[in-house]
Design a protein around this ligand. Structure first.
Ligand code: BGC
Length: 278
């Protein structure tokens, strides 16, 4: 899975010249989404934490080296002022925003009885409050800018990065699972409320994808063998698998979709332990 967006698909996605903000874009799924949107012709705001500056700048440079346009931007998505500053600067530089990929997310697992309030809060702050803050800024901008019929039939599109754990309970990761369950209803409720304004909100629910967040689950052959038991399709996901679904939901090819979660998980959510008839 090396080419996220073949040049021939550029015209089909119709995203050329649009402005996309991708949060947590310095690594993993966010990086893949930023590269794919850049390849599809979007101007991409590559959001990252200060601590990830070198990686965030490298992603922006990679988009530009491929002929695209990108701006790295430091902001902690759980910080209201930093999120607002990021959207303000995006609009100042590029005129508006058309697409938000609400991707930034973290895991801080622990045995339930040992889970600290700090770990609970950190995960909820980034994974859920961060998505609320970025979506709110994006929606405010969509409404301020108003319709652009030559660009899209919608006022704007938001793609929320959820997880199979929006429905699959997850032992030792209760803060993460709770945050993704929250993302599901945040996404659906926003979609319901904002559809009349022609703002579309959808989610992608990845299963196990080869990124730094779950490094220990795939880094050794033994761990990978265990992990593959959970995936009927027989392989681990790669970041472009997710980026392709995000691209579709960000584009007008999905114009009649809102409030939907697209599971991209190799069958992980299909109760894999029943595949031999239970
Ligand atoms: C988590 C990964 C995990 C996957 C499947 C994702 O949401 O971030 O760590 O491997 O779900 O369990």
């Amino acid at each position: 899975m090396s080419t996220p967006t073949p040049a021939s698909l550029r015209a089909a996605f119709g995203l050329e010249g649009q402005v996309a903000v991708v949060t947590g874009a310095s690594s993993g799924l966010g990086r893949a989404c930023a590269l794919a949107l850049g390849a599809a012709g979007c101007t991409v705001v590559v959001n990252h934490l200060e601590a990830m500056a070198a990686d965030g700048e490298a992603v922006a440079a990679e988009i530009e080296a491929a002929g695209g346009k990108a701006m790295p931007f430091v902001a902690d998505v759980s910080d209201e002022a930093e999120v607002e500053a990021m959207f303000k600067e995006t609009v100042r530089r590029f005129g508006t925003v058309h697409v938000l990929v609400n991707n930034a997310g973290i895991q801080r697992g622990a045995k339930f009885q040992d889970m600290t309030l700090a770990a609970w809060r950190a995960v909820l702050d980034v994974n859920l409050t961060g998505q609320f803050l970025c979506a709110r800024s994006a929606v405010r901008e969509f409404l301020r800018r108003g319709p652009e019929p030559d660009v899209s039939p919608s006022l704007g599109r938001i793609v929320c990065m959820s997880s199979v754990h929006q429905t699959i309970p997850w032992a030792f990761e209760v803060n993460y699972a709770a945050s993704k369950g929250g993302v599901m209803l945040l996404m659906q409720s926003m979609a319901q409320e904002l559809a009349t304004a022609r703002i579309r909100v959808n989610a992608v629910a990845p299963g196990a994808i080869r990124t730094p967040i779950n490094h220990d689950a795939w880094a050794t052959p033994e761990a990978l063998t265990e992990l593959l038991k959970l995936m009927p399709y027989g392989r681990i996901g790669e970041p472009p698998d997710i980026a392709h679904a995000v691209l579709f939901l960000a584009s007008d090819l999905s114009d009649y979709m809102t409030g939907t979660t697209v599971f991209v998980d190799g069958g992980m959510s299909l109760y894999p332990s029943f595949r031999g008839a239970g």
